[in-house]
Design a protein around this ligand. Structure first.
Ligand SMILES: [Zn+2]
Length: 183
């Protein structure tokens, strides 16, 4: 089953009144949007749906875990996700107006299905803090060995850069050219 199938809401068969749904959000969803920051995901999404003739209200509860790489030691870091979100769908006739309202989508009343992928993706992603470092968010501690290795690599890189520049200045060919220029 493709992601599109997984997160499709079938509007045509959705009953008037209350109903429920459930979606499992996995890494596949993040792959679909070419997001490589999320290295794994296992988030259960329950949705309570309330439908009138023209308005569908969806109340989502997310609960689960996503993994990202720590900004400091580059090792996996688990983030617990516990969040709620809401989406309203308004069904209309031919003259649907573009609208900028948050959390509201306007659908043609003949629309059969709605793909929730984008909404679910953004909703879970909004829970990821801007800075992800062990101990600050999520559980666990930074891998000290990794940090040491990364720091060593940074020092080597900047040393190489410095010695490259020094060599250029000391290169006798450059010196010779300089002399020609000065003639
Ligand atoms: Zn870390």
């Amino acid at each position: 089953m493709s992601v599109e199938d997984t997160y499709l809401l079938n509007i045509r068969t959705l009953p008037i009144g209350e109903s429920e749904g459930e979606y499992l959000i996995t890494k596949e969803l993040f792959d679909k949007f070419n997001n490589t920051d999320i290295i794994s995901a296992n988030v259960d999404c329950k949705v309570k749906i309330d439908r009138t003739d023209r308005i569908i209200s969806l109340f989502f509860s997310f609960r689960g875990v996503i993994s990202v790489l720590c900004d400091r030691c580059l090792e996996p870091l688990n983030l617990n996700i516990m969040a709620k979100d809401v989406l309203y769908m308004k069904l209309g006739d031919e003259n649907i107006q573009e609208n900028e309202e948050d959390n509201v989508v306007y659908l043609h009343e003949r629309e059969m299905k709605f793909d929730l992928s984008q909404f679910l993706y953004e909703s879970v992603l909004s829970q990821k803090p801007f800075r992800c470092v062990h101990g600050e968010v999520g559980e666990g501690e930074c891998n000290a060995e990794m940090i040491e290795r990364i720091e060593k690599q940074n020092v080597e890189t900047s040393n190489n850069y410095l010695s490259d520049n020094n060599n250029k200045e000391l290169d006798p060919r450059w010196e010779a050219l300089k002399k020609i220029d000065n003639l």
